[in-house]
Structures are given as C-alpha cells and as structure tokens.
Write a protein that binds this ligand. Sequence first.
Ligand SMILES: Nc1ncnc2c1ncn2[C@@H]1O[C@H](COP(=O)(O)OP(=O)(O)OP(=O)(O)O)[C@@H](O)[C@H]1O
Length: 903
Amino acid sequence: MFKNNLAYEASAGSGKTFMLVVRYLSLLFMQAEPSKILALTFTNKAASEMSERIVETLEELESRGELDVIMQVTGLSREHLLANRKKILQEFLNSHTKIMTIDSFFTQVLRKFSLYASLMPDFSTFSSQHELKLMSRFLSEVSAANKREILINLSLESKKRISDIFTLLDEFYIKKEELSNISFTKIDLRAFEDEAMSALSGLQGIVANCDKASGQLQGAVKVESFAELKDKTWVQKESLEYWAFKKCFTLEMNHYLHTIQTTVANHHRAKEQNFFYALNELVEIYQKSKKALYMDDSELSFSDVTSLVYEILHKNDDSQFLYFRLDAKIEHILLDEFQDTSVLQYKILKPLIEEITSGNGIFENGSFFFVGDVKQSIYRFRGGVSALFGEVVEENDTEVEKLLTNYRSQKEVIEFVNATFRDKIEGYSDQLVRKEAQGGYVEVLENDELLEETLTQVQRLIALGADLNEIAILCATNGDGEAIKLSLQENEIEVVTETTTKLINQRSVKALLEYLKYLYFKEDIYKHNFFALISQEIQSISSVDFNKVKLFDVVKRAIEKYNLFEHDFHLLRFLNAIKGYEDIEALLFEYERLDTSAAASDLNGVRVLTVHKSKGLEYAHVIVMDRLKNPPASRSSIIYEYDGIALQNVYLRTKNREAIDRSYENALHKEQKLVREDSLNALYVAFTRARENLIIIKKSKKSSFDLLELDAKSSGELQCERVQKEKKKDLQPLEHKELYYGTQSDILALESEQAENINAINFGLALHYMLEMMSSFNKESIPNAKDMMINKFGFELQVDEIEDIVRRVEMFVENEEVLKLIDGDCYREKALRYKNNLRYVDLLVKHKEGSWNILDYKSSLSFSEHHVKQVRYYKRAIEDITAELVNGYICYILADSVKLVKI
Ligand SMILES: Nc1ncnc2c1ncn2[C@@H]1O[C@H](COP(=O)(O)OP(=O)(O)OP(=O)(O)O)[C@@H](O)[C@H]1O
C-alpha cells in the first residue's frame, strides 16, 4: 500500500530510480496533479531521463515491469491502470511538471522572490561565475577596503598563490551558513613563543649541565628561534627518554618538553584563529564582489543561488509567508540521489518537507519520498555529507525500506562487487542475484600501457558484436577521457563524450530553434532551414503573438503540428529546458549557453566519461581504466570536522601538528577516513555500472585500485549480444552552418589538463588568445591584440611572460614561411564538428586555388606525438568535409624561433 513518508536506502542497481519512477506514476494514477509533484534529481541528465522514463513507461505500460509494482503501490487494478494511461500521459505532457535538478528548482524559487534579494528576475545562471572577472573585482574591492595587506599575509603564511586563496574563499563562502556557529578571534602569538622559548632554555640548561651529553644532543637543542623549535623531531615525541636524550634524561626534561608541546599546539591554534579571522574578513569582501558582479551582469553561479535562496527563506521577516507561497504549489516531494544533497540544500527544503511529514500542510494527502545509497556518496567536495541521509530519516520519522536484489547486473558482476567491497565498506551487505541473471564476465587486467590495453578491450568487445553505445569507458579525469577518445578515434572508433552531446546541437532541437527564429526575425532563411531539418515540404508558417502565447506553448504546438515528437526525447528535454527562459528573446540570445545534454538514445559511439559522471547510469559493457597520471598531491588546506551533519570545527592543515594536538589528530583521522571513503565510493560507483561485462584495467604501480587489493584474474565468459542495426531514419544532409560551441579556452584547458603546470597552461592560453585577437597578421594589429590579451590574462601572468608572448607573436607575423602559409582567407579558432566531436582549429586558411592549410599553434615542444595525432585528425576532418586538398602544420611558436612541422 502507498506509504506517505518513505525512503529507500539501497545499493547500486537495486531499483531506486525504478522505484522513483514507479512512485511518480503511482501519484499520477492516484490523481495527483503533475504540477504539484516536485521531483528533484542531481543532474540535468537524470531529470530528463526521469521525464523520458515516465513517458516511455506510460506508452508501453502493458509490457513494463513497472506495471505490477504500480498495482502493488496504489492498490489499483491492471485494467484501471491500462484504461487510464493515455489520459495520464496527455495530462503529464500538457503540464508544467517539476522534474528538475535541485539547482534549477532553487533558481526558479529565486526568480520568484528575486526582489527580496534586490535582483531582477531575469538573471541567468551558470555552474560557476566568471572567475577572472570575479578575481579582478575582488582585488579592487580589497584595495578599496584597505585590506591588501591581509590578503598578502594570508598568501605568505599559507605559502599559497593569491589564486589559491580564492579557492579557500570560495569554500568559506559556500559554507558560510554552516560556519556561522564557529567564531574566530585574533590572538597575539608572542606570549606562546616566549613561553616555549623559556621552556627550551630550561631544557638547554639541563643538557649543558649533563656530562654525558653528546655532540648530537647539544646540536639537537641548539635552537635559535621558535620557528625552528616547532619543527624539531624531538618536539613531536611523547617522552625524551630516547635516543641521545636518554643519557641525560630526568623527569624535568619531560616537563619542559610537555610545556613546549602545549605552547606549540596553542601557537598553532592561535595562528589558525588568526588565519581564519583574516579569511573571514576577506570572505565578506568576496561576497560583496560577487554581489556587485551579479548585479552588473545578472549572472549567478549555482552556489550564489543556493545562498541567496537560503537567505531569503530563512533570514527574512516574510520567511513563513514565502514558504507558504511555495508550499501551496507543492504537494509531493521526491528526491533522488539523496546521499549527495548538501546540508544547505536540505535546510532550504526542510520546511517544505516538514509541512508534508507533520501532516499540517495545506494538502493533507501530501507525500515525501527519497532514495539514496550512502556508498555512492562522492560529492563531499561540493558539500555532500553522508550522515545527512540518517538525519533526515530521523527528523521526519521516515520509514526506510531496503531493496536487496540487484536488478541490473549479471551474477559474475554482482559477486565480484560483493567480494571486493564486503570487507572494505563499513556496513556493506551482499546483494542478491536474480535467478535469471546467472551469466556475466569480470576481468581484472594489469598493463601499464593503459591506452593501448583499453583500445584492445574495446576492439575485443566490438569483435564479439557488442553495440558501440553499450560500451562505456570510465576514467578518472576529463583529461584521461580526452586521451582515450583520441586513441579510439585514431582507430576509427566513434566516441561520444560530454562536449559533443549538447542538446542544442541535435537536429530536431536545431529545427525548432530555426522555427522560433523565423517567428521572431521573419527571415525566410530560417523557415527554409526549419523545413529542411524536419525533412518536410516548405509551407507557410502563421505568425505568433508572443505577448499572448507562452513560449512553451508555441514550441509544444509546433511539435504537435509538424508531428515531430515520435520518440524524439531531445524534444522533451528541450521543452523542459525552455521553461528556464523568460521569453523568446532570452531563448534566442542565450540558448548557445544551454548545456543540457542530448538524450543518450540518439547518439552513436563508445561512451567515454568520468566515474563521477557515470553515477546513476548503466551499460552492458564497462571498462574501468586506471588513472593515466598520478593524482596531484593537492589536499585542501582546510579540514572540516563534522559531527553528524553539523560542522563542528575547522582546522588549518599544519605539518607535524597531529603529534602534539589531540583534537587536531582526531579531525585529521576523520578526514583521512573520509578521503578513503570517497575513493572507495567512487570505485564502487564505477564497478556497479556494468550489466554484463566488467573489465578493469590497472597499472602495476600507484594504481587507483590499490586500496581494493585486486589480483589480475577473470571469471565467467565474455559474451556480447549482437546488435541488430536499426535502419536510421533517412534525413536530408544538414546545411552547413557555422555554430558557436562554447569557447576555445574550455577545450584548450581540457586538452592541457595533462600538463601539470598551471602557469604553462595560462601562458599557452594567453598566446593562443592574442593570436586569435589579431585582426590581421601584421605588426599593426599587435598593440590591440596585446591589450586584449592583457585584459583577459594579465592577472595570471608575470610581466616578463607578457613580453615573451608579444615577442613570439611578432616573430610569427615576421616569419616568411608562415606568411606564405597564411596567404588566403583566415579563419581563427574555427569550430570543427566531426564525428560527434568538437575541436577548434587554431588557424584555418583557405587559398584561392581551393586548397586549405591548418595551423595548430604550440607554445612548447613537449607532447609532440599528441600534437601530431591532433593535427592529423583535423586534416582528415577538413578533407572529409571539403573533399579538397588539405595541408596540416604544427606551428611551434617558441621563445627564440618559430618552427613549422608539416604533418
Ligand atoms: N522491480 C524491478 N523490476 C524490473 N526491473 C527493475 C526493477 N528494479 C530495477 N529494475 C531495473 O534494474 C536496473 C537498475 O535499476 P535502477 O537504475 O533503478 O537502480 P538504482 O538503485 O537506481 O541504481 P544506482 O544506485 O546505481 O543508480 C534498471 O535497468 C531498472 O530498469
């Protein structure tokens, strides 16, 4: 029977998402209004997939596994459900549903109440604010407030660059609310230093008077300053009855030692207090700069949105009334992936949930439902606290049910996962195997040539008949993903990655955009494009008064009128995305920035994605590849210590402090445990994505699988169901049209992720940018391009680096060979979309006689092999597209010369 207040805490593949869809459909069948069901997911992709699954399930209800479960949940008969499903589907498609990410929901709330935050409701949101702009705004605000010294001191004390201080500021800004219970005071350090030095002189006295004191011992206590003293090895010991001290040991020595330890520990604490005090002062300015920026640009990051919504709803005289207004629109709440919800996000939702669970809401029949798996919590860095699940259950008196059977994977995969994690993850309980899932294959391979081995395994699967779209390669970073993608493409294997799968680049969505452009601009070209894209005869299109008809309705009507829907889930996603735009202008001028991804079903190629992005997804064949590079040892300098969901304390990570400060030691251990849990959870997510075959490729040393102690072995039999290739719909070729796919710097930064040195990356980006900004390749264009480069990158670069870049550009425009190659129509930063991949060609030149030159700039000689592959790829792409002669060159623009290498 239907339970009003229910949660599922269950392992991967046990049907949580399935139950979420069942729950949603059950509510629909129980006559809940779709617009009053708030279903929140973690990613846009999950939100779109949920809507799609609802439509699909309703369309095919009689043959779907969901049917029986809906009957159980609702108590309604099969006949009733089947008789009503068409009506329910129509209602669903015609409603303003609320299936979205938490971020989008908060954005909607903020739009609604924007005036409380002195914002206009038409702001736009991005996953992060423009970092460089923010930095320079912040720096000028810091100067205006006379706080430069604080910033410089912080940077000196923590031995961090100013830009790293930014990361800390952002962390503190995001956790501002949680930190509000912790206060920081400014403390004078000298007293501690004096006390420690005076205890030291006591100790030195004992050593001086001891006949048996060795030269080594005398050296060990010969300390000139407090800074030197606190890092001495002997200061970290429990007792001085050891080593060279032993011969002179007296209890008094330990007395001095303990005094030194206590004062050093206090000194650390005081220093930490001063650090956080200063950081807090700067956070105020940081927040002010952010506010100023979003007032100027009307652009907010999601963390800004969350903080503002929290402020409006919790720190406002009208709070109760505002919640009441929200409450009136929400009757049921469904939350997916709850383990990754942040405490602040939950605090915002809490009053809404309480209205429902306490039974005093406007709707007596409201319901609350959430699902999650603490083992899959991998977003601690974004504020996820795994204890939240339990807390919420307790606070709301929610009934928790377990789902014990794995519905996703075959036996070999399930048993391997059970055996691997049983003793590693606390409280792990084995998943049960379905009777009909007795096959599957698992192999752990050891090979240091990770890319080659991955390619071999993909080819092995393809040879066995695997569907390309059912092969997923999970890797550690975007950089690793790019490397594997290139390697597969070199071997003519199609690849689908995130950058290539934007919704707005899908044919049906493009068609609708052309349609809307026609309605708005009234240019015939758009009409022609629209009909070409939907493969229909050109007809007249009647005009629409956008003041009277909602954008959403215009698009929905077009979909119906031109019969576009037929299983095209991109359109469903597009309809959902449209709800985020105020009006037609906002859509037409902003849609290029829409980063919703396309419906997976219509893309072709091996999926390459990071483990983090793979959460919630499943594939028949999964290859988990070890990380190509060892991770940088970049630990956060701040340790956040939680007690349950409450932030209890913050510490500044300090060398050797754990030996002399018990509470720091505790916090550090807790943190280390969490870091280990994060890694284990990520591996758990990765291994549980496979339905049939799981192949793990590990390297022999420093493998990310080390903590699992995996041996190379295989079990089961590798089999792939041969795909029946469906005949693709006959679509007319797309008219070539230049598109804007984001910015080159996004992609360059991604490509250069392999380069460890952030300075080198910035340098390269700045050089590229300056060349891009050259209106013509001659000396006259240099000053302007230089200014633009400084505006964008000046903050990141030293003066001599800027001069170096300008010198290189001068050499470039003076080089005879270069000038010959670029004699023609030059296209800078040309976006190139080929086989579902997006690339930028630095410089593409079309010669009068119909041949093309590609120039790919490099600012250093490293990674040559990679460059060659890249240019070869561009060359092949342009040859395919133009069917004309193409020459490719790598142009090394070095400090002292320009070298051209023909590919
Ligand atoms: N009761 C069920 N009957 C039939 N199939 C089911 C059932 N529950 C789940 N499935 C199928 O099993 C697979 C895994 O389910 P689902 O994705 O809901 O698991 P999950 O718990 O959300 O996994 P994860 O935690 O990894 O996201 C899906 O293909 C789903 O359709």
